[in-house]
Ligand binder design. Sequence first.
Ligand code: F6R
Length: 610
Amino acid sequence: MCGIVGYVGEQNSAPILIDGLKRLEYRGYDSAGIGIICDGKIELVKEKGKVSVLEEKINGNDINGTTGIGHTRWATHGVPNQINAHPHFSSDNELMLVHNGIIENYKELKEFLLRKNYSFKSDTDTEVLVNLIHYFYSENLSLFEATRQALLKVNGTYGIAVLSRNNKERIVIAKNGSPLVIGLGKGENFIASDVNALISHTKNVIYLEDGEIGEITKDSYYIKSLNNDSIEKEVNKIEMDLDEITKSGYQHFMLKEIMDQPNSLNDTIRGRTILEEGISKLGGLQGFEERILQSKRIIISACGTSWHAALVGEYLLEKCTGIPVEVEYASEFRYRNPIISSEDTIIFISQSGETADTLAALKEAKRKGALVLGIVNVVGSSIARASDAGVYIHAGPEIGVASTKAFTSQIAVLILIALLLGRRKNLSIVDGKEIIQSLNSISDLVQEVLEQNSVIEKIAEKFVNAKNFLYLGRGIHFPVALEGALKLKEISYIHAEGYPAAEMKHGPIALIDENMPTVFIAPKDAIYEKVISNIEEVKARNGEVIAIIDKDDKYIENLVDHVIRIPRTNELLMPILTVIPLQLLAYHIAVKKGLNVDQPRNLAKSVTVE
Ligand code: F6R
C-alpha cells in the first residue's frame, strides 16, 4: 500500500523515479509525487491521480538533480488530493519526506509542533513526521540523527525516506511495519518499498527489518537500530526478470496473470513431489513435520483472496490429516484475544507477504507460542521472514490488484502440505500417488479451461448491466463461490455475494428474480444431485443461471441459461479448475464496462495498514 522510491547517483533522477513509481503503482494510485534536490533546494512535483499524470507534469518542467525520492499513494489520512499527496515538506521547505504506514500518535505530535510554531498545509500524519524530524534537525543534529530522534517519539508504522536540501547526496530511510529495501548499484544506490522498482537497475538488495534506520549515498550505506547500534546486513540477490513484471503483450496484467496459470502452477509444484512414495517434499518445512503433526489443531489465517484459499485448505488438511482445522480472518484474529498455545500450528497465507493485518496476527500467534508457518509469494517479504518455517508459492510477481494466479498456487501449496502431513497420517500411498499424478497434469487441464476464454467473454457481454450477482457452491467449492463474488465486486463494482448453495433457501432465495444472475459451481461430485436441486429452485423463480459444469455434463446444460465446461481431476484439485472461469467472467465484465481492471478504485495491491 503506497509505493516509495529513491535514488542517489550520477544520473538525472526524475526518469528513474518515475519508472520506479510506475512499477509500484499497483500499491496505490490516488496521487503521486517526486522531490529532487536541485541547486540547494528541493523541487517538488505532485499531482492527484496516476503516475502518468505526474509524468506529464514533469515533462513540462526542467528538474535536473541526482538525488530524489518519490511516492505513489493510497490514501489513509486525508482525502486523495494534490495537497495530501507525498512528498511532504517541513514548514520551511528544508526537509522532505515520503512515508508509507500510519503515525498513530500524530495528533499529539502535531499539537506539540503547533506550540513550537510549526504550520501544516495538509491533513496527513506524514507532514507531522517531517516537521518532527525538522524540530530535531534544527537543534544541529545530522539528518540521520534527527530522524532517529523523531522516530523514537513515534507510535505507528512507517517506511520512510527523508531528504534535506543541504545534504545533496544523502537519503535517510527507516522501517517499522512497512517494507523498505535498498538496491545496490555501482556509483548509485536506490531505495524502494518493493523490489519491482529496482530490478531494471540492480539485483543486489538489502531488506530492512522493523526498527532499522539507515542512510544511503551514491557509493555507501549504513544501517543501525533505532537505539543507534550498527547492524551488519546480508546482501540478497533478486531472482526475478524484468519481463515478469511487464504485460508481455496482454491488455492487462490481470489477464496475463490469469493466462499464466499453467506456468505459475508448474512453478509451484515443480520438484516438490515424490511419485513412488505418494508424498511431497517441502524444504521450507523440513524439521517441522513432527511438531505440526503433534499439533492439537491447525489454524489458517489470512485476508481476502488468501482467506478463501485458507477455506479450501481447511477442507484439504482435515480430509488428508484428520487434524482439526480452523480458519480465521487475520484482521479479526488478534482483537479477540485468541486462545492459542504451543500445541497449535498456525499457517498464515499472503500473496504479498506484507498485509498488515496478517503480519499483526502472525506476531500475536508467535507471542503466544504457536508454531507459525507462512505460505507466501513474495520472497523475502515481512511475513516470510517473520514465520518459523514456510513454503513459497513461487507464482511469480502478481501485479494486477485482483489476485488470480496467487490463489491457484496457494491451493497447490496447501495440497502439497496436505500430502506431506497426510501421508504420515490417514492418506494411503495409492491416494497420495493419485493426487501427485493429478498435480502433474493440472497445468494441461488449466490450459483447457483457459481455452473457454471466448465462450466466457460472450457470456460476460450479457451481464455488463447487472447490478447484483449470486455465486453458489458447496463443499470445497463454497470458497470458490466467495472468490468468484470477490473478483466481480473488486473490478466491476457489481455487488456480488457468495454462499454455500444449500444456504440459499435460508435467506438469499428471497433475492432471486430475473434480474439476479446466479453462478453455480456444479462439477459432478458427491453433492452434485443436491446442487441440481438448488439450481432448480433458482430456475423456478425465473433466475438466470450460469453454471460451471463437467465437460460431459448434459443434464445441467438443459437446465440453465449458460454453461462453462471444465475437465475433471482429483476432487481436491477441482477448485483450481472451477475458479478460473470466474476470474475470466469478472475480468471480461469489467473490461466491457470500460473499467481499469488492473487498478480498481479504492484498492491497492498490498494492504500495509490495519
Ligand atoms: C483480492 C485481493 C485481496 C488480497 C488481500 C490479502 O483480489 O487481492 O483480497 O487477497 O488483501 O492480500 P495478501 O494475500 O497479499 O496478504
